[in-house]
Write a protein that binds this ligand. Structure first.
Ligand SMILES: Cc1cc2nc3c(=O)[nH]c(=O)nc-3n(C[C@H](O)[C@H](O)[C@H](O)COP(=O)(O)OP(=O)(O)OC[C@H]3O[C@@H](n4cnc5c(N)ncnc54)[C@H](O)[C@@H]3O)c2cc1C
Length: 457
């Protein structure tokens, strides 16, 4: 394959990776909120102000168009398997949305990349040229595996960076890299725990939960309320939403403590209770997490070591038949390959971010239309000193009208007063629309139950 672009070798501390630079599309990057100082607190908020903050913007990002895929009421996980079915043995889909077991997670993305690479290799002859579209986890895993098995692989990535919805920002003001996308691992994420645990990566334990309303500490909601309602719903003839399942079981999804638990489910899955399937609900949030302390980009660079990666190269059109694949880039340039692995997010496919010729089979179009994509956004706040006493790492905001109800307190694990808010679904969509200043205020207002009260010294 001949390409006319400049080839650079970059080391990045993990060995050479060949990066082809295209000159086309401007890079979209999640928004950082401007750095603040304690003397420049956000307006309309009278309380502790962060010295630094940083936030994501996945909902408006043209190369993600949302945070994660979810299974809406009435849909089946088999839609994900249908999307993963190779087309003409030439076009292979990967990415978190096609994993039936762990959709919407890093684990699902990795599994999908491995699966697509394995499926492709069983069909490919030696020496074939393979394109991988997208350099997130799924793409990096697929490209790395195919290369290790002897294929000639080129990766096309729309952004000017690797990682996709894994986005680590290293800045010395933060005790660990700010993670604007995926980073947390559950206890059963043993594969990822092993992959991420390296010489430079400590896995920080985020343990113990605290539930608070403005009136003080609140009993944790009994998860059996939710699991019992889901079990009942799963015995019914028709799928209903998680919210309906709760109502039918005598629970009130608006009850403040239950609403806080549901907010945590939505922050992890992107789907609101009124749209999530009760037959195929997302996993409940674990009681503790492990948080990698390192720049996760290095992990992706390692997977792509020695490969040709073309950054800032959005693919706009995929033409295919039973003899091969042609990819058109944003520049208008077309390149031919024997097969392609497409890892672009479901949100991008739903928004028609890729044109297909011929149109995708109905099964694939049906899966793209019927699976859900939800918003997930995060905000990191650093304070000069902690205004809170608790050493609990997981905070649930009960009641009130704050937009972010799920928080991680990094002080116990890092020694530094850093809070990370996570919000999903419609609330995340609303949060994404706020200006930077307003977003910080909204985050601080949400934290009211954890703020010192007026009568405290
Ligand atoms: C705020 C947030 C927090 C999260 N937290 C967690 C967590 O704690 N734990 C967890 O397990 N998961 C978490 N996730 C989910 C996890 O990040 C994703 O499931 C995973 O990273 C998806 O990987 P992927 O490779 O499937 O997709 P992506 O990482 O999105 O990769 C797709 C790539 O395709 C590129 N692309 C898009 N369009 C084009 C095009 N036209 N041409 C070329 N390239 C294109 C994109 O730029 C991107 O790099 C979180 C997600 C969000 C948004």
């Amino acid at each position: 394959m001949r390409m006319t672009r400049r080839t650079l070798l970059i080391g990045a501390g993990v060995g050479a990776m060949s990066v082809l630079l295209a000159s086309c599309t401007p890079e979209p990057t999640p928004t950082r909120t401007p750095t603040r100082t304690p003397t420049d607190p956000p307006p309309t908020f009278d309380g502790p102000a962060p010295t630094h903050s940083m936030r994501s913007a996945w909902s408006t990002d043209p190369f993600s168009r949302g945070g994660a895929s979810f299974t809406p009421v009435g849909a089946q996980p088999s839609l994900r398997a249908a999307l993963a079915e190779p087309i003409e043995q030439r076009v292979f889909f990967a990415g978190e949305a096609v994993d039936t077991e762990y959709p919407g997670t890093m684990r699902g993305a990795i599994r999908s990349g491995e699966r697509a690479a394995t499926a492709l290799r069983t069909r490919a002859a030696a020496g074939e040229r393979i394109a991988v579209v997208g350099a997130g986890l799924a793409g990096a895993v697929a490209a790395g595996q195919l290369t290790a098995e002897g294929a000639e692989v080129t990766v096309f990535e729309a952004r000017d960076r690797l990682g996709g919805r894994v986005d680590s920002r290293v800045d010395e003001v933060w005790p660990i890299p700010v993670q604007l996308g995926g980073w947390l691992l559950g206890v059963d994420d043993t594969d990822l725990r092993e992959r991420f645990a390296g010489d430079d990566t400590r896995l920080l334990d985020l343990v113990d939960a605290e539930w608070r309303s403005r009136d003080g500490a609140v009993e944790a909601v009994d998860e059996a309320v939710l699991t019992g309602a889901l079990e009942s719903a799963q015995a019914q003839a028709m799928d209903v939403s998680v919210a309906e399942a709760l109502t039918e079981n005598g629970a009130d999804p608006e009850e403040p403590a239950l609403a806080a638990l549901l907010a945590a489910v939505t922050a992890a899955s992107g789907g609101d209770p009124d749209v999530l399937s009760s037959w195929f609900p997302p996993a409940l949030p674990p009681e503790s997490y492990a948080a990698p302390s390192a720049d996760l980009t290095i992990f992706i660079e390692t997977l792509l070591q020695g490969l040709e990666v073309s950054l800032s190269s959005p693919v706009s059109r995929v033409a295919y038949d039973d003899t091969g694949v042609s990819l058109q880039l944003g520049t208008g340039e077309s390149l031919s390959f024997d097969r392609v692995v497409l890892t672009v997010p479901l949100g991008v496919l739903k928004h028609g971010g890729l044109e297909f010729s011929p149109a995708l089979p109905f099964t694939h179009r049906g899966a793209i239309a019927d699976l859900g994509v939800g918003a997930i956004e995060t905000i990191w706040l650093r304070f000069d000193e902690a205004f809170w006493e608790t050493e609990a790492a997981l905070w649930h905001v009960v009641g009130g009208d704050g937009v972010i109800r799920t928080w991680f307190n990094l002080r116990p694990a890092t020694g530094e007063p850093v809070l990370v808010g996570l919000v999903g679904g419609k609330a995340a969509g609303k949060f994404a629309e706020l200006g930077d200043q307003e977003a910080v205020v909204a985050a601080l207002v949400s934290l009211a139950p954890f703020m010192p009260s007026d009568d405290e010294p």
